[in-house]
Design a protein around this ligand. Structure first.
Ligand SMILES: Nc1nc2c(ncn2[C@@H]2O[C@H](COP(=O)(O)OP(=O)(O)OP(=O)(O)O)[C@@H](O)[C@H]2O)c(=O)[nH]1
Ligand SMILES: [Mg+2]
Length: 190
């Protein structure tokens, strides 16, 4: 068996009853369609997470086993307009349950924000929710943002938080090393 093929695999999809083992969690949150699943695939170098053309398709929390000792956690996106109020409420309950049940093992949260549009009010709300967790702001789709859009976004993010900012493009592989380095750091490997 090739070690590479063992490194990442889909572990399971959960709406509750989350894994209780002691592995650390590295969590990806962000607006629906911001590029969470694409970023995970770029990071691990293969298509493990489902990338959809339509936003709002991911409904449960997907766990990927990464290097045997940690989970990458793909959280369904928020802010999709066509989702009903009832569904939005269910999303909120599920996320709050996940964050409170797994708090002691959530080692790092990547909070994804679209580099082209900057933080939305819901992104701001998420950043406030993440106070008390270790998090990094990840700007996505940098291949498709102008210099001006990127620097505006960075400025706005800076006005909201002092968290580190990583510029990424899943399309071009930009930011991969920095993301991996950040994960390794929290995993005690460096
Ligand atoms: N140009 C560009 N497009 C991207 C990039 N990453 C993702 N996309 C596109 O953005 C869309 C959404 O990507 P996903 O990875 O499914 O986004 P998501 O955040 O997982 O979406 P939900 O699961 O619905 O919350 C897809 O059409 C992707 O092809 C990127 O780095 N650059
Ligand atoms: Mg997704």
């Amino acid at each position: 068996m090739h070690r590479n093929q063992q490194e990442v695999k889909f572990f399971g999809s959960f709406r509750g009853n989350f894994p209780k083992d002691q592995r650390k969690h590295v969590v990806f949150v962000g607006r629906s369609n911001v590029g969470k699943s694409s970023l995970i695939n770029m990071l691990v170098g293969k298509k493990v997470a489902y990338v959809s053309k339509e936003p709002g398709r991911t409904r449960s929390i997907n766990f990927f086993l990464f290097d045997k000792n940690l989970y990458l956690v793909d959280v369904p996106g928020y802010g999709y307009a066509k989702v009903s109020g009832e569904e939005r409420e269910r999303w909120k309950e599920m996320i709050e349950m996940y964050f409170s049940e797994c708090k002691d093992r959530i080692a790092l949260v990547f909070s994804l924000i679209d580099s082209r549009h900057g933080p939305t009010p819901l992104d701001e709300q998420m950043l406030r929710f993440l106070e008390g967790y270790q998090y990094v702001v990840v700007l996505t789709k940098c291949d498709d943002a102008s210099q001006k859009e990127q620097s505006e976004t960075i400025k706005k993010v800076r006005s909201l938080t002092n968290a580190p900012i990583i510029l990424t493009s899943a399309k071009e592989g930009k930011g991969r090393e920095e993301l991996l380095k950040t994960i390794k750091m929290i995993n005690g490997e460096v």
